[in-house]
Structures are given as structure tokens and as C-alpha cells.
Design a protein around this ligand. Structure first.
Ligand SMILES: [Zn+2]
Length: 81
């Protein structure tokens, strides 16, 4: 399938309400992008400040994919990115 990959500013949101960056070991970005992994939402452009602000007080809602997904915490493995 000819699907462009996620940009580095993308935030991926799974069912556990955690926000991930592309390339995280927990995600299969290609499968999420192509829709083969369902239940994931994402936001294409999230700057460093918005990323750091993700919390219960400042949830980030997915704008693509499964838009019911909301992130309230950052994945620890991704949080250095
Ligand atoms: Zn992660």
C-alpha cells in the first residue's frame, strides 16, 4: 500500500490514553497509518510545547483515524523525543 509515513511531529494515541511519537517500540506506525491496526488515532502536527502539556488537565484529542481517542499522558519511552 502506498501510504506516506507519519511525520516526526505526529502524535499517535492508542486505547490506553497514552500519547506516542512515531518510531516508538510500542507502535507499528505503518500498520496504524494504513488502517490495518484499528483503534488508533493521531494528530499530525504537535509541537514540543503541546507535547509536554499533554496531561489530564490538557488532554489531546485525535484529529485523524479513530477520533474518539484522547491522550492524557505521554509514553515514557517517547517522552525524550
Ligand atoms: Zn511510546
Amino acid at each position: 500500500m502506498d501510504t506516506p509515513s507519519f511525520g516526526p511531529d505526529t502524535v499517535l494515541i492508542g486505547s490506553s490514553k497514552k500519547a506516542h511519537r512515531p518510531g516508538c517500540q510500542h507502535n507499528d506506525d505503518t500498520m496504524i497509518r494504513s488502517g490495518e491496526h484499528t483503534g488508533w488515532g493521531w494528530v499530525p502536527r504537535v509541537g514540543p510545547e503541546q507535547w509536554l502539556r499533554i496531561s489530564e488537565a490538557h488532554p489531546l484529542r485525535a484529529t485523524h483515524g479513530d477520533t474518539s481517542r484522547v491522550a492524557i499522558q505521554r509514553c515514557k519511552h517517547c517522552s525524550r523525543a
